[in-house]
Design a protein around this ligand. Structure first.
Ligand SMILES: Cc1cc2nc3c(=O)[nH]c(=O)nc-3n(C[C@H](O)[C@H](O)[C@H](O)COP(=O)(O)OP(=O)(O)OC[C@H]3O[C@@H](n4cnc5c(N)ncnc54)[C@H](O)[C@@H]3O)c2cc1C
Length: 381
């Protein structure tokens, strides 16, 4: 179905993003997978093209686009090549950006945003801890006030960009007596004594991205590194998580659609019993089902994006988008693996890698069970 989400400006921007992907991501893809990270030079180039500052006002070096459809274009083009390219980019440009724009003081904006836009200041957000990620309100990392400083102790895990980030937004408990109302957010910069990173974690898929454990041992940050008001960390995370979830829905579908299209080509070429495998009715019907699922899911996610641009998308709307798109993505790619036969299990084939890359989308950004919790609460259950 023809999508109506984008106008000419978005499509012109898509050409720029495609050029970037072809020039810098595709030729270096294997190396990024081997080194378990993406070169900083790639992000500096992204900065020059204005891909990093879409959410940042012009006075701080961004383009102030304030139109999430441009972010959607970047996410779609990146995830067509590899989901991890989109997730690293999205953590910085779509997820950390609103924290640094909406919750910061003028002084903080001037300190961080210009380099955020050029890619010189790369960011991550650290909510999840080894003891738990779903129950964010129960996090254990602490921050204790000492004069003009806060002293942070604890650890975080599974942090995307965690190894390469220059600034990490860290959620920590500032008041142990107040549950989720006792959580605040801090900017912790690389080089701060006591802030250490563990190894790059060995994941099932998405080997292009660096995902790290972070350790905080008596890390002292100035009081003006607090992001947002004291005690409002949980509320602010809940307010800003919908954009993260919408972003994952976008990449889930772009990724699955790409693998679906490639599989469609494959089943027309590959023969068994003297005929293309796609011409067996069972396979043709499976592909018809998947095409339908993708189109229907895309229509809903596009509608959510439209609503988000207007400031009208609710937490429940985007939770449904995240839940549904990740289920469809995993179903589509699993079937694509099956249709590739033994080649579908070989890492040199895109379907195999995509299968491993996609599995996490049902777990991260709030697991699908947490999405169902949000949706069922909205139903009064
Ligand atoms: C590759 C990767 C990248 C990530 N990047 C980041 C990042 O950049 N920043 C960050 O902060 N985090 C990140 N995460 C963490 C991710 O958000 C968490 O893994 C996720 O929120 C789940 O938390 P958990 O792993 O602690 O699982 P748990 O919270 O221990 O949950 C385990 C299982 O129990 C289920 N469960 C929990 N509570 C309920 C309930 N009430 N009802 C029913 N089922 C429930 C969950 O759905 C899950 O299936 C990343 C994770 C991965 C794998």
């Amino acid at each position: 179905m023809r999508r109506t989400l984008f106008n000419e400006d978005h499509e012109a921007f898509r050409e720029t993003v495609r050029g970037f992907v072809e020039r810098l991501l595709i030729p270096n893809h294997e190396r990024f997978m081997e080194q378990r990270s993406i070169d900083r030079e790639v992000w500096l180039e992204a900065g020059k093209l204005g891909l990093l500052g879409l959410e940042i006002p012009e006075e701080y070096g961004g383009s102030g686009a304030h139109d999430f459809r441009f972010n959607v274009v970047v996410n779609e083009e990146f995830s067509k090549v590899a989901l991890a390219f989109a997730s690293c980019m999205s953590i910085h440009a779509d997820i950390c950006a609103p924290y640094l724009v909406k919750l910061t003081t003028e002084e903080q904006k001037r300190r961080w945003l210009p380099k955020f836009c050029t890619g010189e200041l790369w960011t991550a957000i650290a909510m999840t801890e080894p003891g738990g990620g779903s129950d964010l309100g129960a996090l254990k990392t602490t921050a204790v006030r000492d004069g003009d400083e806060w002293v942070i102790n604890g650890s975080k895990t599974f942090i995307t960009n965690g190894y390469s980030a220059d600034l990490v937004i860290v959620a920590a408990r500032t008041d142990p007596s107040k549950g989720s109302k006792g959580i605040s957010l801090f900017a912790v910069e690389t080089g701060t004594p006591g802030f250490e990173r563990g190894r790059k974690l060995e994941k099932l898929g998405q080997h292009e991205s660096d995902t790290a454990e972070l350790f905080f041992s008596d890390v002292r940050v100035p009081a003006d590194n607090m992001i947002g008001e004291e005690g409002m960390g949980f509320v602010n995370m809940m307010k800003l998580l919908p954009q993260e979830r919408l972003g994952t829905a976008v990449t889930n579908l772009a990724h699955a659609t790409q693998i679906f299209n490639e599989t469609l080509d494959y089943v027309k070429e590959r023969k068994a019993f003297g005929q293309p495998i796609g011409s067996f009715q069972h396979n043709a019907f499976q592909l018809a089902d998947l095409a339908t699922s993708l189109d229907v899911a895309q229509a809903y996610v596009d509608k959510c994006t439209e609503a988000h641009v207007l400031g009208e998308a609710t937490t429940v709307d985007v939770s449904k988008a995240k839940l549904w798109s990740s289920e469809i993505q995993n179903q589509v790619i699993d079937t694509c693996v099956q249709l590739h036969g033994g080649y579908g299990y070989m890492n040199e084939y895109r379907a195999a890698r995509a299968w491993a890359d996609a599995r996490v989308t049902k777990i991260w950004a709030g697991s699908n069970e947490i999405m169902k919790l949000i949706i069922s609460r909205d139903l009064g259950l």
